[in-house]
Structures are given as structure tokens and as C-alpha cells.
Ligand binder design. Structure first.
Ligand code: SAM
Length: 216
């Protein structure tokens, strides 16, 4: 079966799984997932599975990417932050939906590869940084939407601070080897409203140790 035929089969699977947002389906159709996986996994690029991308990390399962993207309710008016660039695939999908996409990754080598893919695919509305995304974007900034593609034990407070009122944050919460739950947190003028979107399995969000300040 050709990659194109496999992609059509995947899009049908996503529809059956409840992905109805046409902007999300169109973005998944347009972004060549085979360019985001190592060459030895190219044949499996349109299987509905997560695949290894090196350094113990993964490119997420297409159904999870689609579910999180749909739940984010992003539009052309929105600026979005992604924590966990990984291969760059989720960023590429989102960049086709939102106005500007900021993405942060702690592994310099993964970021370098993702950066080359963004250039090759001419995705000019993506800004990337190496760093610890649990601290939020390094410069003070507000985002309309935030998506975290690694699992935190608790929602990182800096992300809630950088979320615009009226915006939402999608993230998996829970430890490794334990059940992780996908949450949508909406920031309203009365506080944070939480919705549970189902169970998932993600690699951990690894926060840098807090620097110790020497006395005197
Ligand atoms: N979104 C990615 C994609 O489309 O390929 C998949 C991400 S992978 C499941 C999770 C990523 O989060 C890994 O690349 C990992 O290095 C990164 N990560 C983990 N902790 C992080 C942190 N504190 N800040 C930024 N990135 C982090």
C-alpha cells in the first residue's frame, strides 16, 4: 500500500475516532508525517501508533495529536505555545491552524532536526527555543492556547500564568507507570475550570533542577 493510501486510511480512522474538526483533518492531511520519523520507520508513518524519534522520546500517536489539537480549539487568530517539540510534527500540524506557534524543547539535538524540517516545509510561523518548558516561554508573553506533549505530575504554574484569560491549556497529568489523564484547563475570570478528556500515555516532562543561589 502506498503512503498516500495509508494516509487516507488513517484519516478515516481519525474520523471514526471522533475527529470532526475539518481544520484539524486538513492539517493532518497536509503535513507529511513521514518526514518527522526516522527513515527506518517511514513505512509506518501513517499507522495510528507512536514511533521512536531517538533519545528515548516519541512522536505521538496520530489519534492523540488529532484529539489534543481538536480539544485546543485554536484558530487563525490565536498564538499557541507547545511544550515538547520532539520531532516537530505536532508543531507543524498546529502551525497550519493558528497564527503563530511557539515551541520549546529541552533536547538540543531533537530541536535541531525539527528546525530543519520546519525550514524544509517552509513553516514560517513557528518560533522555537531550547529550554525547560515547565517554566513557560523564557520571555514574558501571553498565549491564547497552550499544549503540553509530555506528562507532568502537576500542572506547571508558569504555564497557567502565561495563559490568556479565556484561553485553554491541554496537558497530560500523571506519573510514569501510572494512569495519566488528559486535561483541558480553561482560564476564566473566576478561576481555572478543569475538564477530563480521557486516559493517555506520554513520556515525562523533565524539569531542570532549580538553580541554587549561593548565599552572600
Ligand atoms: N510533540 C512532539 C512531536 O510532535 O513529535 C512529541 C513530543 S514527545 C512525546 C515529548 C517531548 O517533550 C520530548 O521531545 C521531550 O524531550 C520533551 N520534554 C520533556 N520535558 C520537557 C521540558 N521540561 N521542556 C521542554 N521539553 C520537554
Amino acid at each position: 500500500m502506498s503512503l498516500e493510501a495509508r494516509k487516507i486510511r488513517l484519516l478515516m480512522q481519525l474520523r471514526r475516532a471522533g475527529i470532526t474538526d475539518t481544520a484539524v483533518l486538513a492539517a493532518i492531511e497536509k503535513v507529511p508525517r513521514e518526514r518527522f520519523v526516522p527513515p527506518s520507520f517511514r513505512d509506518q508513518a501513517y499507522e495510528n501508533i507512536a514511533l521512536p524519534i531517538g533519545l528515548g522520546q516519541t512522536i505521538s500517536q496520530p489519534e492523540v495529536v488529532a484529539t489534543m489539537t481538536q480539544a485546543l480549539e485554536a484558530t487563525r487568530r490565536h498564538t499557541v505555545l507547545e511544550v515538547g517539540t520532539g520531532s516537530g510534527y505536532q508543531a507543524a500540524v498546529l502551525s497550519r491552524i493558528c497564527r503563530r506557534l511557539y515551541t520549546i524543547e529541552r533536547h538540543a539535538d531533537l530541536l535541531k532536526e525539527a528546525e530543519a524540517r520546519f525550514a524544509e516545509l517552509r513553516l514560517h510561523n513557528i518560533t522555537w527555543r531550547r529550554g525547560d518548558g515547565s517554566r513557560g516561554w523564557p520571555e514574558p508573553r501571553r498565549f491564547d492556547r497552550i499544549i503540553v506533549t509530555c506528562a507532568a505530575e502537576l500542572t506547571p504554574e508558569p504555564l497557567l500564568e502565561q495563559l490568556q484569560e479565556g484561553g485553554c491549556l491541554i496537558l497530560p497529568v500523571g506519573g510514569q507507570g501510572r494512569t495519566q489523564e488528559l486535561l483541558r484547563l480553561r482560564k476564566t475570570k473566576d478561576g481555572i475550570r478543569q475538564e477530563e478528556l480521557g486516559f493517555v500515555r506520554f513520556v515525562p516532562l523533565v524539569a531542570d533542577p532549580v538553580e541554587r543561589r549561593s548565599a552572600g
